[in-house]
Design a protein around this ligand. Structure first.
Ligand code: NAD
Length: 422
């Protein structure tokens, strides 16, 4: 285990150059290790043009570092790509407050990806269902033949399931292929299998196949994380109580649960984006999972331990990869994975779940104590100053003046800027 510490006190006050120096030492690959971050403005032209259709530029988003995190006993630094000012600060603060109890402990259910095949116009769906289940070995051979790389890596076809649903014109058969996609998110891998297998299945059962695509409700890829925050690290027993009351609000009310989960995804999506993974897939999976009981619910739970400390836990589906999609071709994504030491989808997923829990703690504590705006607006003040037209040194001066006045808004920034400029 590494003896490195992610407790980088004062990191926020350093210049970007100094931060990159620390990062270089962390990666320990000599000069140029952080080269992907040299250019703030762009990806290489030819890569941009190859990644998407009709490319006209890039949309840069700041990349920051979550410090102080301990995940499964290891100090880790976690890159996060986000445009929202307070997100990374909240994770760093939260992670610092649970270091004394060992940080975050996680578990990983595996990398099982589900592909769906929709079968219509089957005369006898119950008999057809059993036919498909009986021929599971043929399905295994068919799917594994399509992606032998997955099989070599210990993955590939694992199981088949058949569901019968009531559709507009009668029973719809839905076949689930369950495939271990190892270190890949797996969408392309399982979509290819589903597309090729669909006509074979339709032929077996005398129907017709229509949709053939993975499900983003990745409930076979659940990742769990938990941590304990000592009461005296977070403001005492009263803060524990108010945070529990605040958390309970999300349990009983979907209007609150949506915002609660959005806060979790502030952290999750930022790491997902930084590592070149598919943010939409992760968001869709998380929200569908949150609604699985029939009531949209929080992805985290909060309790008081026997000692009166605050215990938090998260369960979230995470279809993440360290190969495939953009993860291998995007230079910043590659660097992000290297910084995290994420040499498997499993390791990456464990860290992402921990960040989701940390982010939720940060939001709950702020909401239950000072209110979210105090910290958020203080960090957002410089953005408001820029919006009002401040440049150079003016930005910090206007932001500080706004913070001192307690009025952090564009109108105040405009007035202060006018005064400053005489
Ligand atoms: P991919 O096809 O680019 O890579 C996966 C392949 O890499 C595997 O099939 C395997 O053959 C190979 N591979 C090599 N080393 C591997 C390892 N260690 N572990 C696993 N596989 C290894 O990518 P993918 O992960 O199949 O698909 C991800 C992409 O699909 C993302 O870009 C995503 O945005 C996109 N996508 C998403 C959806 C959706 O979420 N609904 C739909 C379509 C496409």
């Amino acid at each position: 285990m590494s003896e490195r510490t992610s407790r980088l006190s004062g990191f926020a006050t350093l210049s970007r150059e100094k931060r990159l120096g620390i990062l270089s030492d962390w990666i320990d690959e000599g000069e140029g290790a952080t080269g992907a971050l040299d250019r703030l403005d762009a990806l290489p032209d030819d890569l941009v043009d190859r990644m998407i259709e009709n490319a006209i530029g890039v949309m840069p988003v700041p990349l920051g570092l979550a410090t102080n995190m301990i995940v499964d006993g290891e100090d880790v630094l976690i890159p996060m790509a986000t445009e929202e000012s307070s997100v990374i600060a909240a994770v760093c603060n939260t992670a610092r407050r649970c270091r004394s109890t060992g940080g975050f402990r996680t578990s990983y259910a595996g990398s099982l990806t589900i592909a769906q095949i929709q079968l219509l116009d089957v005369a006898d769906p119950h008999r057809a269902r059993l036919e498909i289940l009986r021929r599971a070995d043929e399905i295994r051979a068919f799917c594994d033949d399509i992606d032998p790389v997955l099989v070599e890596l210990g993955g590939g076809f694992q199981d088949v399931d058949v569901r019968l649903l009531n559709g507009r014109k009668g029973t719809v058969m839905v076949v689930h292929l369950i495939v271990d996609t190892r270190d890949a998110m797996g969408a392309n891998a399982v979509n290819t299998m589903a597309e090729r297998l669909a006509p074979v299945l339709a032929d077996w059962v005398g129907g017709r196949s229509l949709l053939r695509i993975l499900s983003n409700l990745a409930d076979r890829r659940i990742v769990r994380a938990e941590a304990v925050w000592p009461a005296d690290e977070i403001g005492g027993p009263e803060v524990v109580e108010t945070m529990l009351e605040a958390a309970d609000f999300a349990v009983i009310d979907p209007y609150r649960a949506a915002t609660h989960n959005k806060g979790i995804m502030n952290g999750v999506s930022a790491v997902v984006l930084a590592t070149g993974n598919d943010t939409r897939a992760i968001e869709a999976g998380a929200h569908a999972f949150a609604a699985q009981s029939g009531q949209y619910s929080p992805l985290t739970r909060w309790e008081k331990t026997a000692n009166g400390d605050l215990a938090g836990s998260i369960e979230i589906p995470l279809s993440l990869g360290i190969v495939g999609g953009a993860t291998r071709i995007h230079p910043v994504a590659q660097l992000a994975l290297k910084i995290m030491g994420a040499d498997s989808a499993e390791k990456l997923s464990r860290m992402v779940a921990a960040v989701g829990l940390a982010q939720n703690f940060g939001a709950l504590r702020a909401l239950a104590t000072d209110g979210i705006q105090k910290g958020h607006m203080a960090l957002h003040a410089q953005n408001i100053a820029i919006t009002a037209g401040a440049t150079g040194d003016e930005i910090v001066r206007i932001a500080e003046a706004m913070k001192a006045s307690g009025d952090i808004n564009e109108r105040t920034a405009t007035r202060l800027l006018k005064e400053l400029r005489g």
